[in-house]
Design a protein around this ligand. Structure first.
Ligand code: ZN
Length: 116
């Protein structure tokens, strides 16, 4: 993994066009073609956590009496470049644009120009 090296070269905050709760489709990887809702956005890393996507199993040892051991399934973060936002209006995969309406910045679908 070259993740650590990449971090050093980070030239600043990337523009994140997705938000928590957005419906997205996975474009690459083992979950290609699957759809899900964004649970968490990590802008610093350029990754998102999508519910039910990129699942992995962890074997957890019991920690005292309160925490039982076992196999825990959780979602792993996925790179932003591997997901596409699905427009809530037209239901298509789209890129996100911005528009200023009534002094407020809103996100729009590049395909149907509707507000996301
Ligand atoms: Zn649309």
């Amino acid at each position: 993994m070259l993740l650590r090296e990449k971090k050093k070269q980070n030239l600043g905050v990337k523009k994140i066009r997705v938000l928590k709760g957005d419906q997205v489709e996975v474009l690459a990887g083992k979950d290609k073609g699957k759809k899900g809702k964004i649970e968490k956005v990590l802008p610093g890393k350029g990754v998102v956590v999508i519910k039910g996507i990129n699942m992995y199993k962890r074997h957890v040892k019991p920690q005292g009496q309160a925490k039982q051991g076992g196999i825990v399934t959780a979602s792993r973060p996925i790179a932003l470049c591997k997901v596409a936002v699905i427009c809530s209006k037209c239901g298509k995969k789209t890129r996100v644009g911005y528009e200023v309406a009534k002094g407020e910045k809103v996100r729009i679908c590049r395909k149907c120009k509707g507000q996301i």
